[in-house]
Every structure is written in C-alpha cells, then in structure tokens.
Design a protein. Sequence first.
Length: 247
Amino acid sequence: MDALLQDLIDEHRNDKSRNSMIDHLLSLQESQPEYYTDAIIRGLILVMILAGTDTSAVTMEWTMSLLVNHPEVLKKARAELDIQVGQECLVDEPDLSKLNYLQAIISETFRLFPAAPLLIPHMASNDCTIGGFDVPRDTILLVNAWAIHRNPQVWNDPTSFKPERFEGGEAEGHKLMPFGMGRRSCPGVGLAQRVVGLGLASLIQCFEWERVSEKAIDLTEGKGLTMPKLKPLEAMCKARVIMNKIL
C-alpha cells in the first residue's frame, strides 16, 4: 500500500496542472518540509481513502434500503434518470447536476442516517457558550448530528423519509450537517456526494429493485462510529434494457 501511495504522490508531484487535496498537501510540503514528509502525506491520504470508502458504502446501503421501502420514490428517481440520461448510455459524473431528485434522495438519507452521527470531535479554541452551557477553552465537543437531524423543532415530520423537502434547493438544506459546517467541515464532502451519487444512479439506471418479501426492510441501526445497519440489506434486482447495451 505504501508503494502505491508513493506512486500516487510522485504522479501528482510531476504534474503541476492538477488541483486536488493531494496537490494541496504537496504545496504544504514545499513550504513546511519538516512537518509534511512523504510518510505524513501517505498517512493522510490513506486516512482519507479509508474514511471515504466506509462512509460512502454505508450511505449507499441506507439509501437503497429506504428506496426499496418506498417504491414510489424509487420509481420517481428512475423516471428522472430515464428522462435526463436515457437507456442508451451509462450515467456519468457530468449527468449528476441534472438529477435534482436523486440529489434530494441522497440529502434525505444524509439527514436520517448520517454516516458520522457524532461528526468529528472539535475543541473549543476559546471560552464560549453553546446552547446555554458555558464551555471552557480546550473542551472537546461532540456534535450529535443524528439528534439535530431528527429534532421536531428543527425539521417538519423529522422521522419520515421525504426527499421532496430538498427538491429545488429549498431552505431545508442549510440545516443539514452530515459533513459538519464551517471551516472545519469534512474536506471530502464533494467527493462523497459524487461517489454516492454516481453509484446510486448506476444502480437505479441498470436494475429494477424490490424487497425480497412484503415485509419492510429493517432500518434498525447497528453499532459503530459510521452507524452501519444492524441487518445487512437484502433485495432483489432485475437487469434493465440498458444492461444489454453496455455489456
């Protein structure tokens, strides 16, 4: 793994036209070589890969679980894909900006089942007051995004799966914080939204999905920092026409 990561670093170091998180780390290495050694950069990249892989997979499983429990939402998402992309070619990243309802589904999944329900620990840099409580400097703070996303004082009908609340870029979006907020928010937010969006769009475009029985999918949460499902998703799928073309 170290060799692969080093090759990736060297590739970016030799291509000055790129603009990514790795390039940002390399620019820091140029200004502070004593702190940002290749070993440190490899470690940071590995953390980003591992964190992004697990949380994206968990989010996609929750999303598909919600969709098979709400076939009318799944049908609407499929219709949007058929209109915006069609059945002649596989959905690609540039298509995601046209799939507004799909993005609303993902946002609603982030709200109900944030992959990091307690976000990343923060530390107060100065004495402050949060929710009426005095918080001394250097106190470690955990933000319960799961509870905020389900607070009836913040959200209308908070426990229901309603992607429509995010359609058209409505004001609900500013209360959503699965990646944190402000300067200390997750740097992988853009990548996560593209990976989850493209993966989910491909699954909906290429397959028909149904529950294995009439019984609704269990949405009980399991144990873990990234909140996996207690019971892994089991669903039936049937290939759509596009699979005959892309294969």
